[in-house]
Ligand binder design. Structure first.
Ligand code: ADP
Ligand code: 5GP
Length: 204
C-alpha cells in the first residue's frame, strides 16, 4: 500500500463536507471514504454518494462478517467505514479521506496509525455551531440538541488530533485543509520507508 489517510472529525455542522467539496479540485487524486449508516437520509442526500444507507440488520451482518475497518454508534445510529474500498484506494496510491467521529478516529489509529494524519474541524464556538445547525435546517430540534451535546463530548478529544482547523472564515479553512491534504500524502508507512532506503542504497 502506498497511499495515505487523512481523517477529519468534528461536530456535525462544523463544515467538513463543505470544506472537502471546495478543496476537491486542488488536492490531487483522492478517495473520499463513503461510510455506511443506519441513519435515515436527509433531504438531498443520495445513497452511494453521501452514505450507503442500510437497515440495522444489514449493518450488524457486516459487523459480524468483519467488513468494517471501524464502526461506532453516533447519535443513536450506526456509522462505519468498509475496509475493502479503502484498501483498494490505498493500493492505487490515493489519499483516502475519512469524515468520522472521535471513536472511529481512535480505532483507525490503532489499525493504520502509521499512515494517518488527522485534523479536528470546528466552528469557533458552541454558539456558532448551534446557529449553523439551526440554519442548515436538516435536523429537527431534538436532533440538534443531541448533536450539540455530542459536540461537547467530542471536543474533549481535541488533543488526540494532529491539527486543528477553526472554520470561521470558510475561505481560510479551505486553504488550511488543502495544505493539510497535500502534506498528509508525504507520510510514508514504515514498509515504504524501508523499501525506499533499500532502493536508495542499491543505486550507488
Ligand atoms: P458537516 O459536514 O461538518 O456536518 P456542513 O458542511 O454540512 O457540516 O456545514 C454545516 C452548515 O454550515 C452548512 O449549512 C454550511 O453551508 C455552513 N457553513 C460551513 N462553513 C461555514 C462558515 N465558515 N461560515 C458559515 N457557515 C458555514
Ligand atoms: P452525520 O449524521 O451528521 O452525517 O454524521 C454524524 C457523525 O458521524 C459525524 O461526527 C461524522 O463524522 C460521523 N461519521 C460519519 N461516518 C462515520 C463512520 O464511518 N464512522 C464513524 N466512526 N463515524 C462516522
Amino acid at each position: 500500500m502506498s497511499g495515505a489517510i487523512l481523517i477529519l472529525s468534528g461536530p456535525s455542522g462544523a463544515g467538513k463536507s463543505t470544506i472537502i467539496q471546495r478543496s476537491a479540485p486542488h488536492i490531487g487524486p483522492f478517495y473520499f471514504s463513503i461510510s455506511t449508516t443506519t441513519r435515515p437520509p436527509r433531504p438531498g442526500e443520495r445513497d452511494g454518494v453521501d452514505y450507503y444507507f442500510v437497515d440495522v440488520e444489514s449493518f450488524e451482518r457486516d459487523i459480524a462478517a468483519g467488513e468494517f475497518l471501524e464502526y461506532a454508534k453516533v447519535h443513536g445510529n450506526y456509522y462505519g467505514t468498509s475496509l475493502r474500498p479503502v484498501r483498494e484506494a490505498l493500493e492505487e496510491g490515493k489519499l483516502v479521506i475519512f469524515d468520522i467521529d472521535v471513536q472511529g478516529h481512535r480505532l483507525a489509529r490503532e489499525k493504520m496509525g502509521e499512515i494517518i494524519t488527522s485534523a479536528f474541524i470546528t466552528p469557533p464556538s458552541l454558539a456558532e455551531l448551534k446557529r449553523r445547525l439551526t440554519e442548515r435546517s436538516t435536523d429537527d430540534e431534538e436532533a440538534i440538541r443531541r448533536r450539540l451535546q455530542n459536540a461537547k463530548e467530542e471536543i474533549e478529544a481535541l488533543e488526540e488530533y494532529d491539527y486543528l482547523i477553526v472554520n470561521d472564515d470558510l475561505e481560510r479553512a479551505t486553504e488550511e485543509f488543502i495544505a493539510l491534504a497535500r502534506t498528509s500524502r508525504l507520510k510514508p508507512s514504515r514498509a515504504e520507508r524501508v523499501r525506499f532506503r533499500e532502493r536508495w542504497l542499491e543505486r550507488e
